[in-house]
Ligand binder design. Structure first.
Ligand code: PMP
Length: 361
């Protein structure tokens, strides 16, 4: 059929079964005589799609009833501003943990609204690790603590959830949501751009504890106030209906395949074997991240000579392994191995890497 293994960091691979179902339903959803993208977002058919998607996500993540689930536009990047606008709640400082490119973006946006306090930073170590729990200097008076559990570019992941006491913990889970079970009650808010483990681009999912809603600063635009979207079931205006629908198909696919426990076991196995192949290559391939902070989702690695990068990418493509080029700020390679990238894709990449190393000593 010509499908490749797509290692893109996002927009990323979507499960084949989901694409096939969307294809079957493209012209006529469930006897409605129209495509989902042609439906009124307020009609009965679309409402059933939207509600099922939310119910399935709640089941998958065991989201308690006192959390709202919002389907918003503007991507994860818009959340960088919405968080201080809505969650400072009259305070002037918030704690931010700095572990790389994405936390930096969140911090620079927060500076427009408050004085972010850097509770920990690993910049001195070139962001090659997550800080240990003991390194976090948390302010009990902070409005909230923000962190990035998985840095998509650096491939650095927190092996623990920071304990923040009564201060709400806010997590940018763009590149790790749905990769394994988590305890939602530890978080005040979780948010994620859709285009990795959720579905197509064009949407952010926000899971927010109800008591944090309704405290937006005066002057906050209607569309940037969580209250607006919570009160209207994310339908204050026209939502990204098709993205929401595909996300719903992905949630149903995850439930059908054993939920997040099964996904977590597979993801751990996939990551472990890829890191083992890198570490076992006699120094040919290198991943610079401290072992305890290595991401299960984004695996950057370098080759012995940068001149080999282009050859590697070209030959990998011929073997059906695509989008392996590292982020422009890092170079080398990056294999993003989200939920929809099957274990057979990781096996194929490992076999290719071994063969490539032998042929290009
Ligand atoms: N946070 C993280 C951790 C990301 O990986 C990304 C996108 N790669 C973003 C935020 C920004 O997401 P978006 O493009 O949806 O605004």
């Amino acid at each position: 059929m010509g499908r490749v293994y797509n290692f893109s960091a996002g927009p990323a691979a979507i499960p084949l079964e989901v694409l096939e179902q969307a294809q079957r339903e493209m012209l006529d959803w469930n006897g409605s005589g129209m495509s989902v993208m042609e439906m009124s977002h307020r009609g009965k058919d679309y409402m059933s799609i939207a509600e099922k998607a939310e119910a399935d996500l709640r089941a998958l993540m065991a989201i308690p009833a006192n959390y709202k689930v919002l389907f918003l536009q503007g991507g994860a990047s818009q959340q960088f501003a919405m968080i201080p606008m809505n969650l400072l709640a009259g305070k002037t400082s918030a704690d931010y943990i700095n572990t790389g490119a994405w936390s930096k973006k969140a911090i620079s946006e927060a500076k427009k609204f408050c004085t972010p306090t850097i509770a920990a930073t690993t910049e001195a170590d070139k962001f090659m690790r997550a800080p240990a729990a003991a390194e976090l200097k948390l302010d009990p008076g902070a409005a909230y603590v923000h962190y990035t559990p998985n840095e998509t570019i650096g491939g650095v992941e927190f092996p623990y959830v920071p304990a923040t006491g009564d201060v709400p913990l806010i997590a940018d889970m763009s590149s790790t949501i749905l990769s394994r079970p988590i305890d939602v009650t530890k978080f005040g808010m979780i948010y994620a751009g859709a285009q990795k483990n959720i579905g197509p681009a064009g949407m952010a999912v926000v899971i927010i504890r109800e008591d944090l809603i309704g405290k937006a600063a005066a002057g906050t635009p209607t569309m940037l106030d969580y209250q607006t979207h919570a009160a209207e079931g994310s339908m204050y205006n026209t939502p990204p209906t098709y993205t929401w629908y595909i996300a719903g198909l992905v949630f149903a696919w995850l439930l059908k395949n054993g939920g997040l426990t099964a996904m977590g076991a597979t993801n751990e196995r996939k990551a472990k074997k890829l890191y083992a192949a890198i570490d076992g290559s006699g120094g040919y391939y290198k991943n610079p991240v401290e072992v305890g902070s290595r991401s299960w989702m984004n695996v950057p690695f370098t080759l012995p000579k940068p001149e080999l990068d282009e050859v590697f990418i070209k030959e990998a493509k011929k073997a059906g392994l695509v989008t392996l080029k590292g982020h422009r700020s890092v170079g080398g390679m990056r294999a993003s191995i989200y939920n929809a990238l099957p274990e057979s894709g990781v096996d194929a990449l490992i076999a290719f890497m071994k063969d490539f190393a032998q042929r290009n000593p």
